[in-house]
Design a binder for this molecule. Structure first.
Ligand code: GTP
Ligand code: MG
Length: 262
């Protein structure tokens, strides 16, 4: 028990209240970490399944992060949100974040549909900065999703922000982010213009890569169809040396899961 010392500092009641708030925040952050793990599992399953069954992965990289307690308090303060766990939970949607880097723009929307199509995933908000890029050139698809977390005495719906981008969009966003902070949020005009031009080039690259990819896929489909017709069977031909059993038992690799400890 904290003691009030010579009339200054926290009273017993204040201290008890503070302890209650601190405990509430610890519980809240733990629940968000569980929600993040649930979402990571979902994304990882989709990635691995694609890799093994479809012999192709629409996901290049998966990253995750928990907002630090300091950043949560700073953001709540900035937005005038009371520093209480329930108020923070009701107001901030980016405490748990997952970033999915895809190879092609079509993969972004495919992953989106697969995620929000899951029965226990609820789409709370969607911001499509690919269809409508920000003025600076920023592109990504942002989803605010909720997933259930089964605790010992209740089920909590946990909100997770999922950002989906291509490699080119991610490359652009990380450079812009560095510049933004380097210049303390005031990017000099010539760099703003250079970034806008780079965003256009990144979008052109995405479109070109997508076109090549689609063409190759079509060729592969035509090849498969011709092969199936030639062999007289309806099953897709098994590639020589394809380790069917091995791929099923192979452990997941390089999941890129990076949850920042609090
Ligand atoms: P925040 O308060 O930053 O969360 O913004 P918001 O609530 O308006 O949400 P928004 O969906 O616009 O942005 C959320 C996140 O997307 C940011 O925290 C960044 O990770 C990313 N983001 C948004 N805009 C930009 C941008 O212009 N440049 C970069 N590099 N990242 C951005
Ligand atoms: Mg944010």
């Amino acid at each position: 028990m904290f003691r009030q010392i010579d009339g200054e500092g926290a009273s017993d009641t204040d201290a008890a209240e503070l302890r209650e708030i601190a405990l509430g925040f610890r519980r809240l952050l733990m629940t968000y970490r569980f929600g993040l793990d649930e979402m990571m599992t979902k994304v990882t399953i989709l990635r691995e399944e694609f890799r093994h069954i479809h012999d192709y992965t629409p996901i290049e990289h998966i990253g995750s992060r928990m907002k630090s307690f300091e950043s949560i308090l700073a953001k709540a303060n900035r937005r005038g949100i009371p520093l209480r766990p329930d108020a923070v939970r009701d107001s901030l949607t980016d405490i748990a974040g997952v970033r999915i880097t895809c190879s092609f723009v079509t993969d972004i929307y495919r992953m989106r549909d697969l995620l929000i199509g899951q029965r226990d995933v609820t789409l709370l908000q969607e911001k499509d900065y690919i269809a409508e890029p920000k003025a600076n050139g920023y592109k990504s698809l942002h989803l605010i999703l909720s997933v259930p977390v089964y605790l010992s005495d209740r089920i909590e719906q946990v909100v997770v922000e999922v950002q989906l981008r291509t490699i080119a969009m991610d490359f652009w966003a990380s450079l812009e982010h560095k510049i933004y902070y380097k210049y303390d949020r005031e990017i000099p005009p010539h760099l703003t213009a250079a970034l806008a031009a780079a965003a256009t080039e990144a979008a052109t690259l995405d479109a070109t890569m997508q076109r090549i990819h689609s063409e190759v896929q079509e060729l592969a489909r035509d090849g498969d169809a011709a092969g199936a017709a030639g062999s007289g069977g309806s099953d897709a031909p098994v590639r020589a040396g394809a380790p069917i059993i091995a791929t099923i038992v192979e452990p997941p690799s390089d999941l890129g899961h990076r949850t920042v400890a609090l």
